[in-house]
Design a protein around this ligand. Sequence first.
Ligand code: BGC
Length: 548
Amino acid sequence: MSSWWRDAVIYQVYIRSFADGNGDGVGDVAGLRSRLPYLAALGVDALWLNPWYASPQVDAGYDVSDYRRLDPLFGDLDDAKALIQEAHAHGLRLILDIVPNHTSDQHAWFQSALAAGPGSEARARYHFRPGRGADGSEPPTDWPSIFGGPAWTRTVDADGKPGDWYLHLFAPEQPDLNWTNQQVRREFEDILRFWLDLGVDGFRIDVAHGLTKDPAFPDLASREAGGMLDAATEDHPYFDRDETLAIYEDWRRVADSYEGERVFVAEAWVADASRVARYLTSTRLHTAFNFGLLSCPWEASALRTEIDATLDVLAAVGAPPTWVLSNHDVIRHATRYGRAHTSLADARHLYGTPVDHALGERRARAAVQLINALPGGTYVYQGEELGLPEVEDLPPSVWQDPNRRYKDHDGPVRDGCRVPLPWSGDAPPFGFSPDGATAPWLPQPAEWKNRTAAAEEQEPDSTLSRYRALLRTRRDWLNRGLGASTALEWLPNAPDGVLAFRRGEVICYANLSAAPVELPAGHRVLIASEPVEGTVLPVDAAAWLVAE
Ligand code: BGC
């Protein structure tokens, strides 16, 4: 039997926006527990939960102040234990999000580092350095924070004078840990064990490519500073450095010492698939998100190039690919695909411009049908199964994304893909919270009344109904072609703009061309993203076929 994670469909639960059990307008563990039957019925194999640890919530929980406690916003350890047990009872595995690159500035370690002063053992767990210039008033390097502004903040010494600077690749409230420090390394292994002992099935590793920094702290100077998306290749001062890989060898030993297959998935925004493969040997991590497809335009040749590159390099290390279209950091794909220019870079550029929602949703349905026919695992970002678009017109007064604090940050606000899910009813909060609750932490568009899970459940042709049917069909055909062990074979002579390939007994056709295409004779349609009349696959649709 193949390992579960090699072809798992994993649902990303952005917990604060999934379901609110206690009525404070923020999603929580109680809400998630109440919706486990929905997730089981959807047909996914596992859940990945965004961070639920104690946190001041400056970056929606990616600023952790205590890795062994839940934030009271979400529940407590008893809730966590109950969730793990109930998820397992529903046949769902559970993956947590571990945040090792940085802590919160409110973490006990950082507070004691500030108090202990320069040169102390407490400061050695982070990156504190003197500033440049005669009075140390210039940051130690020219590195920018991903959220805008410099990646360094100056401290104040006990005598009230300006002191050393500390590094934060993200917000100032997220100081970077020093991974050459043995205490840091041992502490995180211990945190992994804490949660593995409670029965979790694995971890998504936040900023997995960022943990180690060049000890010489060179300037970026003329090289591309980049955000996470543009992480450069060789010898970057803080991304994708060789030393990081050894950390994961230690982590793998921890995971392998547990029963069951406990796994890691790396969030590694590196230059290309060959760089991702370095993380995925049998002594390092199991899988990594494949952001190549998520960044690609809706164009057959670009998608095929990306698919081939991924399959080639991952086959060489024996790791399965994962296919991702959306997550809590990027513009939802139903919106990206609804414009004339459809890459992620285009979407950032075209933010707020008119969108053809029907077109976007139609392509999104075809895309999910396509990725679920590829070898490897897939991810579903909560709400995509309802066809939710990005909410691009949230008023600035409700924005919470820390990247908006900085004028030099030109990326879109990430709140637009984090709007609480619509479950039922005709008006906000659409069943997200119980009656009489505080309003959801971000406002939901009134037109989502047609997008609730309850409404879509009634509609055989809704995106939700199609996801359910698709995932059911995928399961049914895992042993006959769609499973991890079957290679992908491109079919010759596919018309331009059409992706056509075979996996065992199953053939997948995705029509990204401008005209309907004829499907191969002697086959019946197992399932399609749009109704298929006779043997004609419409534009922006995908179908799975088997021989008659
Ligand atoms: C997470 C982001 C977060 C950042 C800093 C990421 O890549 O996905 O949501 O802001 O790491 O922790």
